[in-house]
Write a new protein. Sequence first.
Length: 365
Amino acid sequence: MNSLNTKLAMLSFARQLPDYYEDLGSLLETAKNIRQLEIFQSDAARYEGTPRGQLSQIWAERYEELGADLAATWEGFLPDDDVAIIRVQQDLGSDAICGALKDLAKTAKIKRQLQSAAQTSVGVGLLAMAIAVIAVAFMPSWGVGVLMQAFEVPTSDWGPVGRRLAAWADFVKLYGPYIGVIFALALAWVVWSLDGWVGPGRDWADRKILLYRVYHEMFGIRAALTMATLTRKNASAMLTLRSAIEVLASSTTSTWKSWQLQRVIDHIDATGAASAEVFGTGIFTQPMYWRLMDVTRAKPLAEAFGVIAQSIQDLWLPKLVRQMIVWRWILLLSALAVVVVLVAAFQSTVGEMKTVMMNAMTSHQ
């Protein structure tokens, strides 16, 4: 459906989504008589040659072809979650679309903050650890070979540190390829498991293992923000709780997210409940679920999600970002420690070599 240039434009435009949603929502709210087609056409002319202009031209054509269906126009170009929300809200009237766009702007900003924090914090730390692992795997083999050529001392005469270094180099040469394959398979499974692993074991991992806990918390934050938008009462109508969750479920391709949402739907069907208790299935982290339960004692569920959305911005998001920064430093310092130990081992081995050679020279005198 999309050419390479269009896909590149989509990637570039993704960074502008929060501002785009906010500007579009404000414009539709203040200029009641303006048509969406006119906005697309104006943007195509004003931003010609930019990702926004390129996409706006495509959207203007699709908007006319698809009978002024905004969700269908954006389908395949914007995030599936966002398109699903627009699809529902456009049936509830223009006011609902304006409110939804403003909410999507907030959600997109939070999503961008989370992605940025993950890339600059945990991502940098993991990269440092990867470099340390590569150093541990390859430097000993290279370094031992260099030392053997430089000193011409049999490994049996090396000191204790040198012998351990040589033994490690031999181990890596012998078993390194197998370990590499196992590591690659394990890494591939971990990446797959984020969205593919379901069941009781995943519930345990979401509570106990850092990677899954952070992923779970990020999903819970986005789900709560989306529910705040979908369950808000508009002038004409509002979605039921079950319908709102079905909208979320229909917009995801993740097996794990679908499983989490389906458990909530099953709970609603089994109990007939439409209160905060239905979210006790594990879709939210325990603190978020407790906060939702507390707020619903004083407010309706739809309003409670609005309160939770504000709490996310004020409390949970900064806390999650701080946790990522802490783990960045833990990973960076761990990687540094590994490299320092490796360098110290080589320095110690060189010192041992010099001692062996001096002893040999002394014994020959």
